[in-house]
Ligand binder design. Sequence first.
Ligand code: NAP
Length: 311
Amino acid sequence: MAPSALTPETSPERKISVKKVAPQTRSHSSSVSSVASIRLNDGNSIPQVALGVYKAPNGQETEDAVTAALDAGYRHIDSAARYANEEACGRAIRRWLEKTGTPREDVFICSKLWDADHGYEATFNALCASLDKFGLDYLDLYLIHSPAEDEEKRLESWRALETAQRLGKVKSIGVSNFGAAHIESLLDNATVVPAVNQVEVHPFCQREALVELCNKNGIKIEAYSPLARGNKLEDPTIGAIAKKYNRTPAQILLNWNAARGNVVLPKSLTASRIQSNLESFDFQLSPEDVATINALGAENYVTGSMHKSKD
Ligand SMILES: NC(=O)c1ccc[n+]([C@@H]2O[C@H](COP(=O)([O-])OP(=O)(O)OC[C@H]3O[C@@H](n4cnc5c(N)ncnc54)[C@H](OP(=O)(O)O)[C@@H]3O)[C@@H](O)[C@H]2O)c1
């Protein structure tokens, strides 16, 4: 079997075959890839690659992108109430499930609670609204989108997520944009340890201390903006490594992240990129090249200050 960048914690029995594709960016003979799943601390499995849909409109363009992703082999969609596109995602997912006869359980769907809805009851109402928009009975993962300022309300929201999980409205629960202090406060107060912390992670923003804290507590890192929003695809170091492996810079960024065991959430509305991003994991960077990429790792955020925690 070809070496793969996907994490060693993947469960082979959950490997998903991806239909044969004609690679657009390389001439390698292998034309089949697979998306692995990772086991979360609650026993559920999460596909390691998701289609991110931040800034995707609530209409046909997003429906087409989600459909293209599912056709290509993605089995994980990362949306949020704040993205205001849960309806378009839901329409595309439900239509695709029906068309292909795929069981609902085979697609992993994540949404997030927005800051304005923190608090116990407000969290339930927001979750119900998200489920309505998706047209689904449950979500696979529901995250507190950001810690916001009010710790008491944040902890109430977490208790609501714990209850929602017990009721089967969400399979797994987690957080996003939590820094070390937010994680520690949550661990001191929570009954359920978050399954994931979704934060900005890519070679130019590695957040080593936070990643280590999460790993130590069994909290999986979901790397958002794994392509650094497209802002680092011209970087000469990444470019040279891409050339060496006959890959695109985007594929190098995604491969590096997945090899660390992180879930990656590349966003694209372009069918060819949706496809080529999925073909990023069937090769292994050499230890020397990984070390070169690791050396790029200043705390270089490409997302707004809203999402920067102090730690
Ligand atoms: N929890 C949070 O607070 C948070 C914050 C940010 C992001 N996220 C999640 O993470 C996902 C990804 O992050 P992101 O959207 O910020 O940025 P990203 O995935 O790092 O980059 C997306 C940008 O890269 C372009 N792109 C995609 N594939 C490409 C390729 N192969 N070659 C060249 N350009 C390519 C896309 O353009 P096209 O669409 O035109 O192809 C888009 O402009 C989001 O969609 C969201 O699901 C979460």
